[in-house]
Design a protein around this ligand. Structure first.
Ligand SMILES: Nc1ncnc2c1ncn2[C@@H]1O[C@H](COP(=O)(O)OP(=O)(O)O)[C@@H](O)[C@H]1O
Ligand SMILES: [Mg+2]
Length: 272
């Protein structure tokens, strides 16, 4: 049985949502958990980072087709394996699957007015849960239809933000949106599982200040440690590579994501 379906969101772009999903997926897979990563962003960054670039995606079944089909369990038609090359860690990649997105996922937005349109992704995932421990839903930086599809298919929400004013505001807007609309989304128990601070730089006073602001706004929901700002991380993202393929510079980051994975597991167990 699936432990948790977790939508990762912020109403602000460039927060690190997709980064946190990719490397939490790696951390969970490294301990034998089975992960499905669903890309609900037409930018398709998560798809590329897990091995599916624009050229491959042309002929694939992606979230755009799955949502349009609106059939029970039809997400299975688009789920493929992660394509990281990780020779030193055989078996890890087999634990990560992806339902990729293409830029034309945007076309689903025009159907938002149709009755029940926001339930289409959730319907497509019926019966899929048996194969995974954790399902991530990577939302675009909006509160519009694509994010609503993700929220309506989620058990809980993870907020990711940089320690900056606009990012905190974006995260608070997601929380308030969930508070106001959870019933309309068909998820009366939907709430926030945690908050991850990304690209933290401890040399910057502003970042300390905003870490305090995040604690004021979210209290114990703030997961620790923050993900530090590191060239090694930006380089891994750019190369669409797992941290375990990146050498010494990435090693401390492996520890950070392992600690965040502990929070996720603790939340999933508490909610079960
Ligand atoms: N911890 C980090 N350290 C350095 N660069 C980062 C870090 N996290 C994210 N980035 C950079 O920020 C960009 C945006 O991150 P991304 O995960 O795509 O954000 P989002 O999905 O919220 O839009 C990445 O492409 C990467 O270059
Ligand atoms: Mg993203």
């Amino acid at each position: 049985m699936v432990w948790v379906r977790i939508a990762v969101a912020n109403n602000k772009g460039g927060a690190g949502k997709t980064t946190v999903i990719a490397y939490l997926a790696e951390a969970l897979a490294a301990r034998g958990r089975r992960v499905l990563a669903i890309d609900m962003d037409p930018q398709a960054n998560l798809s590329r980072r897990l091995g599916y670039g624009e050229a491959e995606l042309v002929d694939m079944v992606t979230t755009a087709e799955v949502v349009a089909a609106n059939q029970k369990g039809c997400a299975a038609d688009g789920i493929v394996g992660c394509r990281w090359s990780l020779r030193a860690h055989p078996g890890l990649v087999e634990h990560i699957d992806v339902l990729p997105a293409r830029y034309d996922l945007e076309a689903r937005v025009s159907e938002a007015g149709t009755l029940g349109a926001h339930e289409r992704l959730e319907r497509s995932l019926e019966g899929i849960g048996e194969d995974y421990d954790v399902v991530f839903l990577d939302c675009p930086p909006s509160l519009g239809h694509l994010t609503q599809l993700g929220l309506a298919a989620a058990d809980t929400v993870l907020l990711v933000l940089r320690p900056e004013y606009d990012h905190l505001q974006g995260a608070i807007r997601v929380r308030d949106f969930v508070d106001t609309y959870r019933r309309h989304l068909g998820r009366p128990h939907l709430g926030i599982a945690g908050v991850v601070i990304n690209e933290h730089d401890r040399r910057r006073g502003l970042h300390h200040w905003h870490t305090d602001s995040v604690t004021d706004a979210f209290g114990a929901l703030l997961w620790s440690p923050p993900v530090p700002s590191r060239a090694a991380l930006a380089e891994a993202i750019d190369a669409a590579a797992p941290l375990r393929a990146r050498g010494a510079g990435a090693r401390p980051l492996i520890e950070v994501f392992a600690a965040l994975a502990d929070h996720l597991e603790a939340h999933a167990h508490a909610a079960a």
